[in-house]
Design a protein around this ligand. Structure first.
Ligand code: NDP
Ligand code: N5H
Length: 257
């Protein structure tokens, strides 16, 4: 237990189940004394989230639906958050989506529709939620999103999502400039492979996990707790001088060849 986010209202987007990176983040933020607000898309995710919260004796400030493909849904969700919480001090964006058939084979075969969907949900959404959240971030604060090294390098099968993450990371920098004048910082965590619902079943995932254990300086897997603590750092005053940054939480994998 620490008090890094005591009495801070933090919105967490993207808990689907206990394996979600956003659930690891939730636990780090809860242990730091934050008041937590959650958004979900699917009813199934809401049910899983509510079970997890009660099991871990975490009392959420609010749980609200938000489909990031839909502008009205985003506006309504943040309006409700603003009304219930007053001030927002932090936002965790942990959502992404691409069709599984675009996550294999040649990137050149990506359909226009598939490209736009990946960009829409995985990248544009950060700008859209930043726009709505900043209205209530009147005391400054932090925004943190989740990315992957497939944005910087060609990682087989990551394909359209690599391009979406490259746009997401560029968005982090442009948004950091926009909201910096309001005392809001925007950063990304670039995590190594973690077995989650999204990762399950996508081609080549297991190979990517084992190569981290073999090659990364720390010779061990990355887990949700490590990403949770790094996200906590970026949201907290400890990172008050950090914005527009992509912090790798990948056992150091990105520095080796
Ligand atoms: P999860 O499957 O646990 O989480 C993905 C989340 O995205 C779900 O909660 C899902 O909500 C949400 N989502 C998808 N589409 C929408 C939408 N239109 N509106 C709102 N929410 C939506 O997987 P992860 O925890 O692995 O993924 C979280 C983030 O971490 C992603 O950005 C991913 O790219 C990133 N990441 C993951 C890595 C890994 O190895 N797992 C590595 C590096 C980065 P719902 O289920 O309710 O639809
Ligand atoms: C190189 C790799 C492995 C290959 C690529 C994986 C890419 C995964 C990212 C996206 C987010 C996965 C995805 O959208 C899956 C969906 O098509 C199907 N799943 C679902 O609909 C479930 C039910 C819901 C909850 O999922 C979502 N997203 O809503 C990358 C890996 C080594 C690392 C990795 C897995 C990165 C990443 O960005 O997630």
């Amino acid at each position: 237990m620490n008090a890094l986010l005591k009495d801070k209202n933090i919105v967490v987007m993207g808990v689907a189940n206990n394996r979600s990176i956003a659930w690891g983040i939730t636990q780090s933020l809860h242990n730091a004394g934050a008041n937590l607000i959650f958004t979900y898309r699917q009813e199934r995710s809401k049910q899983k989230l509510e079970k997890l919260l009660s099991k871990h004796e975490i009392e959420p400030k609010l749980v609200v639906a938000c489909d990031v493909e839909d502008d009205d849904s985003i506006v309504q969700a943040f309006q409700e958050v603003g009304e219930q919480a007053g001030t927002i001090h932090g936002l965790v964006h942990s959502v992404a989506f691409a069709n599984t058939d675009e996550l294999k084979g040649d990137y050149a075969d990506t359909s226009r529709e598939g490209y736009l969907m990946a960009q829409n949900i995985s990248s544009y959404s950060l700008a859209a939620v930043t726009r709505e959240a900043r209205k209530y971030m009147t005391e400054g604060g932090g925004i943190v999103t989740q990315t992957y090294i497939g944005s910087e390098r060609v990682v087989p099968n990551y394909n359209v999502m690599g391009v979406a993450k490259a746009a997401l990371e560029a968005s982090v920098r442009y948004l950091a400039e926009d909201v910096g004048k309001d005392g809001i910082r925007v950063n990304a965590v670039s995590a190594g492979p973690i077995r989650t619902l999204s990762a399950k079943g996508v081609a080549g995932f297991n190979d990517k996990m084992s190569v981290v254990e073999e090659k990364a300086p720390l010779r061990r897997q990355v887990d949700q707790d490590q990403v949770g603590d790094a996200t906590l750092f970026l949201l907290s005053e400890l990172a008050r001088g950090v914005t527009g940054e992509v912090l790798h939480v990948d056992s150091g994998f990105h520095i080796v060849t």
